[in-house]
Each structure stands twice: as structure tokens, then as C-alpha cells.
Design a binder for this molecule. Structure first.
Ligand code: HEC
Length: 103
């Protein structure tokens, strides 16, 4: 009887976890958040200190996606300089988000 209850509890727990996980991985919000982390870590560090440049936020990033796409993937000018580079994972996070915004 005891093990039956433990088993029941475990299966509910697994069900709950898999739901949380599947919601978390591919939702639009999650993809945007991943891309935002990259913008904060690799772009805002610089843009924040140079007054003319946009500081990327969760609110403005979608409307700036076109120029971000242009600078990072087409002209490959950003991130500017040799010190800051995007890793494969970071490029992938940006790519996934840009696909959502149709760029
Ligand atoms: C080392 C500093 C630095 C880093 C890091 C950096 N930027 Fe920039 N960014 C600049 C400067 C300076 C400009 C102004 C234009 C120029 O000098 O090329 C600029 C301009 C831009 C512009 C506007 C370009 C235009 O002319 O319309 C975009 C978009 C942009 N950056 C995106 C990004 C993104 C996305 C990242 C991160 C992946 C990034 N930047 C990282 C320094 C940086």
C-alpha cells in the first residue's frame, strides 16, 4: 500500500515536471528571454557606455530586431571590435528569436 502511494505520487510529479519543462523550452517568451540575455551580456555592456547607441530592453528589442539582424548576421559588424565575440549558443539564441520576429 505504501509503495503504491509513493508510486502514484511519483507519477504525478513526473507529469507535472514534464509539463513545466515543455512549456519552458520553446515558448516565445523563453526564446525572447534567451536572446535578451545575449543582448545584455554582449551588447549592452558597450552600448550602455556609448550614449548614441540603443540599450536593448525586453520592450524595445522586437522593434530593433531588423537592425540587430543586419548588424550581427548580414554586415557582421556587431558585436563591434575583437574583444567581444558571440559563441555558437549565443548566435543560435539570437537566430531563434529573429526567426520569431520574421527577420
Ligand atoms: C565594443 C562595443 C560594442 C559592442 C560589444 C556592441 N556594439 Fe553595437 N554599436 C557600437 C557602436 C560604437 C555603434 C555605433 C556605430 C558604429 O560605430 O559602428 C553601434 C551600433 C549598433 C547598431 C546600430 C547600427 C546602425 O548604424 O544602425 C546596432 C543595431 C548594434 N550596434 C547592435 C549590436 C548588437 C546586437 C550587439 C551584440 C551582439 C552589439 N551591437 C555589440 C558598439 C558596440
Amino acid at each position: 500500500m505504501k509503495s503504491f502511494i509513493v508510486c502514484l505520487f511519483l507519477s504525478f510529479y513526473c507529469c507535472f515536471l514534464s509539463q513545466v519543462y515543455s512549456q519552458g523550452t520553446n515558448s516565445r517568451e523563453n526564446i525572447q528571454n534567451n536572446a535578451f540575455q545575449v543582448l545584455v551580456l554582449k551588447c549592452n555592456v558597450c552600448h550602455a557606455t556609448k550614449k548614441r547607441q540603443d540599450i536593448f530592453t525586453l520592450e524595445n528589442m522586437d522593434s530593433l530586431s531588423e537592425s540587430i539582424h543586419k548588424q550581427v548576421f548580414i554586415k557582421k559588424k556587431m558585436p563591434k571590435g575583437k574583444k567581444i565575440k558571440l559563441t555558437y549558443e549565443e548566435l543560435k539564441a539570437l537566430r531563434e528569436w529573429l526567426d520569431l520576429t520574421a527577420n
